[in-house]
Write a protein that binds this ligand. Structure first.
Ligand SMILES: [Zn+2]
Length: 252
């Protein structure tokens, strides 16, 4: 049953076929958004999922290409008479700012029957964020220009592991998140402060002993570099794939 659907794969400038990077984890009784951008209700519908089933949202960091959809989603849920509780997680930095943004949007005046619980994730490695009978989600701080977390998901029945680097320069905490992962989804925005090149993504996958590497958060549209898959593959020593919007990973 548990599966992960990629809802967007672009770096901060999306194109017609690549939304900003975010994804959703579907379990039996949990639907967990990892970042929330564009129009989340429409995006989930396109993926065959229902926003009313959402139980949890992880905000990896306070950049608009990762969390700008949160206020719009909450407003939409309120208008659609959602009653089910919603959990929103993040480091104190992103949670603190998002609470202020919602006040600025005057969300107390919106129609809303449901409760939102904001939960601050401790700023340390491999923090258990959520555990169900199907999976365990852990977060660790990574190396971006503002406080940011990457993710490790351990699937209990299959024993499989998926890691997501989020936006980061190479750093030891990403290696720990990705250690022996079956699938590492790593950003490839390009080598710069707080980001990684495709080659660096390949080097990280190799050093963490990941089995498969998918590149995400890469430049799209006119800025797409067709050499990134080969560059990452050369560093990894194995074939590498490009994540695409609506790609689905099953973890039965
Ligand atoms: Zn980003």
């Amino acid at each position: 049953m548990p599966k992960l659907v990629i809802l967007g794969t672009s770096y901060s400038v999306p194109d017609e076929d690549h939304e900003n990077t975010h994804m959703v984890l579907q379990g039996k009784d949990r639907l967990v958004l990892i970042d929330c951008v564009s129009n989340p209700i429409v995006r989930l519908k396109k993926a065959g999922l229902n926003h009313s089933d959402l139980t949890d949202i992880l905000m990896t960091h306070y950049h608009p290409d990762h969390v700008s959809g949160v206020p719009l989603l909450l407003m939409g849920m309120g208008i659609l008479n959602r009653e089910k509780h919603l959990n929103i997680y993040g480091l104190e930095h992103v949670v603190g700012i998002m609470k202020k943004v919602l006040v600025d949007y005057q969300w107390h005046s919106w129609p809303r029957l449901f409760q939102v619980s904001f939960q601050n994730l401790p700023d340390r490695e491999l923090v258990p964020m959520l555990e169900t009978e199907e999976f365990r989600i852990f977060t660790s701080p990574v190396k971006h220009f503002i406080p940011t977390v990457g993710v490790r998901i351990e699937f209990i029945k299959s024993g499989k592991v998926l890691a997501y680097s989020c936006d980061t320069a190479p750093t030891p905490s990403v290696k720990k998140l990705a250690q022996d992962a079956d699938i590492l989804i790593h950003e490839a925005a390009g080598a710069s402060v707080g980001h990684s090149s495709a080659t660096q993504a390949g080097e990280m996958a190799k050093s963490a002993n990941a089995k498969e590497l998918y590149l995400i958060h890469y430049p799209t549209g006119d800025f797409y570099d067709p050499g990134i898959v080969d560059a990452a593959g050369e560093a990894f020593g194995r074939p590498v794939k490009l994540a695409e919007d609506f790609m689905t990973f099953d973890f039965d």
